[in-house]
Design a protein around this ligand. Structure first.
Ligand code: ADP
Ligand code: ADP
Length: 230
């Protein structure tokens, strides 16, 4: 079976009895193990909703989500091990860098030794050594983004989801962080689904691109194929 599969997944938001929004409309696609896929489309086309359903923060109105052939649709986020990295980092402001990165390991009842070891490894890999006792408001944007990446990676996720991770960064940091994410993905052989509305970003990093429009998938393929048929 494919590593991750969405089968006819839909999401309707019920605002009032008479007003509904069909945010995602019968979406199906697969992601292979170790693949880097970008999900692209204009604002409001349903990208975030799709990611949140995969992470388990939202339940599909219809359809099924499968991981390695098994349905995860009824599992909560903590049972899926599919973390999401957000554009606003979503770090815990009252926790320092070490505690932010350690959070998921504590929740999973790792031993103190294992936590110290795994957090140190992440700090080394993401150039955060020496910053362990700093708090998020003492960090630059790029540092905060690296902490949020470390926090997601440290739990050895099955798949890592990114929701426009670069939108708060300046041009130089975007390029740097983008390269960082790609490097991590290749070192750790991790599977990535990466949402962006930036076409250049979407076509430059992935193995494959999925294009959404008004809740539906209108195109998918290798970046070159998308380039040639925009
Ligand atoms: P994107 O990430 O591509 O910008 P979203 O998934 O955020 O798209 O939104 C898709 C559609 O669903 C939009 O019309 C948006 O306004 C609507 N929407 C998103 N979240 C909610 C919500 N919690 N309640 C109601 N409507 C929502
Ligand atoms: P994004 O498109 O990056 O998800 P938005 O600014 O569209 O960001 O949405 C921010 C938050 O508001 C999200 O939690 C989203 O689910 C929610 N949201 C978006 N559109 C609506 C809507 N029409 N009604 C209620 N909540 C919404």
């Amino acid at each position: 079976p494919p590593f991750l599969e969405l089968r006819d997944v839909s999401k309707t938001y019920y605002l009032t009895k008479s007003h509904t929004v069909q945010a995602v409309d019968s979406v199906s696609f697969c992601i292979g193990q170790g693949e880097f896929v970008t999900l692209i489309g204009p604002s409001g086309c349903g990208k975030s909703t799709t990611l949140r359903m995969i992470a388990g923060f939202l339940k599909p109105t219809q359809g099924d989500i499968l991981l390695e052939g098994k349905s995860i649709t009824s599992l909560g986020p903590e049972q899926r091990n599919i973390p999401m990295v957000f554009q606003n980092y979503a770090l815990f402001p009252h926790l320092n860098v070490f505690e932010n990165i350690a959070y998921g390991l504590k929740a999973r009842k790792y031993s103190e030794d294992a936590i110290v070891h795994d957090v140190a490894m992440m700090c080394q890999m993401l150039n955060l050594v020496g910053m362990e006792t700093r708090f998020p408001d003492e960090l630059s944007d790029g540092q905060q983004q690296r902490v949020s990446l470390a926090r997601a990676l440290v739990i050895k996720p099955k798949i890592l989801l990114f929701d426009e991770p670069l939108s708060n960064l300046d041009a130089r940091l975007r390029i740097q962080t983008r390269a960082e994410i790609k490097r991590m993905q290749q070192i750790l052989k991790i599977t990535v689904l990466y949402v962006t509305h930036d076409q250049q970003e979407a076509l430059s990093i992935p193995d494959r691109v999925v294009v959404m429009h008004k809740g539906k998938i209108i195109q998918q393929g290798r970046p070159r194929e998308i380039y040639n048929n925009p």
